[in-house]
Design a protein around this ligand. Sequence first.
Ligand code: PLP
Length: 374
Amino acid sequence: MSLYPVYAQYPISIVAANGIELTDDKGQKYLDYYGGHAVISVGHGHPHYKAALHEQLDKIGFYSNVIQSPLQEQISERINAHLEAPYQLFMCSTGAEANENALKVASFKTGRKKILAFTHSFHGRTSAAVAATDNPKIWAPINIGHEVDFVDFEDFEKSERLLATSEYAAVIIETVQGVGGLDQPTEAFTSHLQALCKKYGTMLIADEVQSGFGRTGAFFSYQRFGLRPDIITMAKGMGNGFPVAGIMVHSDIEAVMGELGTTFGGNFLACRAALAVIDILENEKLIEHALHLEQVFRTAVEEAQLKATIKGAGLMIGLDYGAPTAELRKKLLFEDHLFVGSSSNPNVVRILPALNIDEQAIRHLVACLKKHST
Ligand SMILES: Cc1ncc(COP(=O)(O)O)c(C=O)c1O
């Protein structure tokens, strides 16, 4: 046995992919409504994405941040074009690393140590990020030293009581929870948090690792709530499978030379992948398309009279059956050959396809769900 077995895996080996179609080593085709955990944003093997990476590889694949990076500057400009205020980009390689760096910036700038996070949150598996993740099963003893408090969405009183101590460096929030099962706060609650952060000098971090890059029908999910975060974190859909991540730091926050760093972050290939994703999102109007397909999904679920509650937004959507869905997901995979997502809430099926999926594919999924809902 050569692997360190930490993943519960399906006995399936995928060898090729195109659009939302996956092919295994026996030639069996599958449809991908999971996107390798919300990562595949513009579809497998998109021609523009492949051409951009091939072309870059022919020139130069990697150099470190010891030299200037016009490509990183282009990414910053392209993302800023979607934002309401100017932000500065720092690039890294994974979602956990993005959150770890965001929490560090908040701590450096405020001189504080405490973090406020939410129940059912997931922010990654590195030191402070995992400590801000509401899952004690994945905290190692070494992670437990962090000072993190968890609050429920809509707990106005506790969030105010804690933040009023002025001891918190950051509030970190997923405005639609991914791993947690697609719960969203109300706008009244997020406005309350924004006001408390301003009043008590705490930084607001929007974790857009899963919900960013158009997935919820807005460039970033926090925009649907009218928030103004101090720091935005992003990964997954940003690279359509290429490991690329980053943080957007509000222009009011001043960097200190050397306070953050990484070897791989923002390398040539990573930048090309992110730029190609932004090109495709814009050229194919995929953010608007995600919103449209949310409506197609809602209508199809209503028409099929599925006994489940729709949760989430855009193409970060799903169904809460009020009872465990593991069997349903198995049937979808092994009988219908459809990949869908699970969540830490066992009753929720998560649907996280590429944003250029079509209406017919959404209707096919709902028909399969209907078939199994007797
Ligand atoms: C909201 C959110 N934040 C952070 C992470 C961690 O990202 P990564 O696995 O790239 O470290 C995830 C991963 O699922 C996530 O969903």
